[in-house]
Design a protein around this ligand. Structure first.
Ligand code: CA
Length: 739
């Protein structure tokens, strides 16, 4: 209980009062249903909540509805009932002081209720809980609201994202969650819209397009709201875009500021931070876009009034094409501090200068105050995709420490004084022109899956991956109008149909939940998983760490020792981060179950390291003593592997291999080995039907399901060569015993 008291105390004296658009109405104090504490609710807010379109009074609204304002978000650490913002608090710790479910009784955790979702694509969202309602986003940017106790569906909203948008995303048609402000929710859609929804009804209030639809931008991340400014970035650096983050007025969606993370063409850069960055680029980077997308992580320190954003990789990956001759390429792979009111640059720290390996710095950032070297430090922590755990001074951006949390071979370490990595020259494939198996690979040592920080244990819990990738520079790269533009030769990197090589690579590919001491920069414990792709993390005052994994289980671990104390079958892989909330004195733990994301699409046979993982998309909600049961797990036998005989010429098959790797493998799996989420082309009936194959790939007859026409980048002959390549691959795998 000490943690609860401490958090409430800290959050009750914020240094900065939130600004408001109008006069501040008198405050009334409302008793929380669980009687734990008092929260301020404005009269105007209550009055507004009672009104629904048509002028009638909504019973649900009358029962309980409050404005999520700056004060509520600043006090979120002590709000044990709700989960108001993506990372639970602006410092994004994903720690709840709730301790009703604890190390002693977690063995009695049971399923309270569940809700089936109408999709078999990935689930990555963090639910929000406000006044007894759970709000989630699911694949294709759909939103659903449930009664938090009974699981009854209250409303749902479908922004009707066109299926063709699917080709603009590297890593599944996922959405990571909502933001709340006032009586509205804010949703960013896959096709780049920011939409305000009425929280009580799910009706859209306004919608604003935040991207150029002619470019391959997409949004999978969750917005944040600071003082009425809705902040959202985007993704697309695999395809070729210029990264930025923007702020929109919560009231009407008007754009307030936009911060570009990489410079445009010289002469067009007015912002001082972009003018300074120009000198770190060479060639004509703006033609490719440059990258540096703000596709996931943000954090906010209200005392310093700094918004932190993490930027992604350069576009294309291969620096020899992006910025021939080198340069740091600011501000790709950087953590940047901005003023949330204006979007003005304050400081940056670049984790991977001149990145050539798809090492983002867009991973989860956590803010905490730590005693380091005998003095208190205000830090920002990130377990980067590049394998190093960074501790920065969040007031200045100074690097305090960095250490690798998994095996890495691209750098020997990070020089604290300069803040720069000591690179392994062999890993610089853009300069050597030679292949090199880089560890970690582009899937990272840590991707978007959120970590958690427990101040009681002093540990950060990292959902980590151990995986390498053969980077082969493409000597003939040219930008394509559609699909991945990386400057790497994925065909040369494809997994060979060789049992020994496959077994060796599988053995070296795994996942881990790592408990990391950020002061000592040392691992305290680790739980190792067979599959690399494991779920986001929640830590609680009950001394527990909750996480799902690829072995289709959802589990609770002892936060101090890592001992597994409880687990339940989710009947599917679990990637999304759990949350916890409390209603009427009862603690609940909720998680979106459902397999997806990049590891379910691109890595081919490596996506099966933990065995075939199914997607059964559901919201699962647990509490002590509950005994709801899931229906029997669905049986999903794959279509038989029964390809036609190889008829393509060796030249056709070799050409097909190139085009497949460039345009198809990102979704249908490396070396045509399907990951189970999207059609496994080796098993397609169209392999024996050249006309039908062309109908899909050239004419785009399945565009509404996300399979667009590739006629703009592939000729009919090239499309036919891909069919011959997949037939050959299917026959190879059948000969190896696949069924
Ligand atoms: Ca990337």
């Amino acid at each position: 209980m000490t943690a609860v008291a401490l958090d409430v105390q800290q959050s009750s004296r914020p240094h900065q009062q939130p600004r408001r658009d109008g006069p501040i109405p008198p405050r009334h104090r409302t008793r929380r249903p669980n009687g734990t504490r008092w929260l301020p609710v404005t009269v105007a807010a209550l009055a507004a909540a009672l009104l629904v379109p048509g002028g009638s009074v909504s019973a649900a609204a009358a029962a309980a509805s409050r404005a999520v304002d700056g004060k509520a978000l600043l006090a979120a650490a002590g709000d044990v009932q709700d989960w108001l913002t993506y990372g639970r608090t602006y410092d994004e710790r994903r720690f709840s002081p709730l301790n009703q479910i604890n190390t002693d009784n977690v063995k009695n955790l049971g399923l309270a209720w569940f809700a089936d979702l109408d999709t078999s694509r990935g689930q990555e969202a963090t639910p929000l809980v406000i006044d007894g309602t759970v709000y989630i986003t699911t694949a294709w940017s759909k939103v659903k609201a449930y009664d938090a106790v009974s699981g009854k569906l209250r409303w749902e909203y479908d922004p009707k994202v066109p299926g063709e948008t699917g080709v603009k995303v590297c890593c599944d048609v996922v959405n990571r969650g909502l933001a709340a402000w006032g009586h509205r929710l804010y949703l960013a859609t896959l096709d780049g819209r920011l939409i305000a929804l009425d929280r009580e009804t799910g009706q859209p209030v306004w919608s604003k397009l935040t991207v150029d639809p002619a470019r391959p931008y997409a949004i999978t991340g969750a917005p944040r709201v600071i003082d009425g400014r809705v902040i959202i970035g985007n993704s697309g650096a695999e395809m070729g875009v210029r990264g930025y983050v923007s702020a929109y007025a919560s009231t009407d969606g008007r754009e307030l500021w936009r911060f570009y993370t990489v410079p445009g063409k010289p002469g067009t850069n007015r912002a001082p931070h972009l003018k300074r960055a120009e000198a770190t680029w060479k060639g004509e980077w703006w033609i490719h876009g440059g990258g540096g997308t703000v596709w996931d992580s943000m954090a906010y320190d209200p005392r310093l009034d700094l918004l932190y954003i993490g930027t992604g990789n350069g576009s294309p990956w291969n620096q020899a094409y992006r910025s021939p001759g080198g340069g740091d390429n600011l501000y790709i792979d950087s953590i940047i501090a901005l003023r949330p009111e204006t979007g003005a640059y304050v400081w940056h720290y670049q984790t991977t200068p001149g990145d050539t390996w798809d090492f983002d710095a867009a991973q989860h950032m956590i803010l905490a105050d730590l005693a380091i070297g005998g003095r208190p430090r205000q830090v920002l922590m990130q377990a980067s995709k590049n394998g190093f755990f960074y501790v920065l001074d969040r007031a200045t951006g100074e690097l305090i420490s960095a250490a690798n949390f998994v095996a890495v071979n691209w750098a020997k370490g990070v020089d604290i004084k300069s803040g720069r990595p000591s690179e392994n020259p062999d890993a610089r494939v853009d300069r050597t022109g030679k292949p090199f198996v880089v560890i970690p690979g582009p899937g990272g040592a840590h991707s978007w899956q959120p970590m958690a920080y427990d101040a009681n244990t002093g540990l950060v819990y990292i959902p980590a991956l151990e995986a390498g990738f053969p980077f082969v520079p493409d000597p003939h790269f040219q930008d394509a109008a559609q699909g991945f533009n990386t400057g790497m030769d994925f065909a040369a990197a494809a997994m060979p149909a060789d049992t020994n090589i496959r077994a060796a690579v599988k053995a070296a590919t795994k996942g881990a939940l790592i408990a990391w001491d950020p002061v000592a920069q040392k691992e305290r414990w680790r739980v190792v998983f067979k599959g690399p792709w494991n779920g986001g993390v929640l830590a609680t005052g009950g001394g527990l760490v909750f996480q799902g994994n690829a072995a289709e289980e959802f589990a609770a671990y002892d936060a101090v020792s890592g001992a597994k104390l409880w687990s339940g079958s989710a009947q599917t892989g679990v990637l999304a981060p759990p949350i916890t909330y409390s209603i009427n004195g009862e603690q609940y733990v909720a998680v979106l179950a459902g397999w997806g994301g990049v590891w379910a699409l691109a890595p081919g046979i490596l996506s099966q390291v933990a065995g075939p993982v199914h997607n059964v998309s559901r919201l699962l909600v647990f509490k002590l003593g509950a005994s709801a049961q899931l229906p029997p797990a669905p049986s999903v036998p794959p279509r038989p592997l029964d390809p036609p005989a190889v008829t393509g010429t060796p030249a056709q098959i070799a050409e097909g291999a190139q085009h497949y790797a460039r345009f198809c493998g990102g979704c249908h799996g490396d070396a045509a080995y399907g990951g189970g989420l999207l059609p496994d082309l080796r098993r397609s009936a169209l392999l024996a039907d050249g006309g039908g194959w062309a109908g899909v790939v050239h004419d785009g007859v399945m565009r509404s399901q996300g399979m667009v026409s590739f006629a703009s980048v592939l000729t009919p002959e090239q499309i036919e060569s891909i069919r011959h390549y997949v037939i050959k691959r299917a026959n190879e795998d059948k000969a190896l015993g696949d069924k």
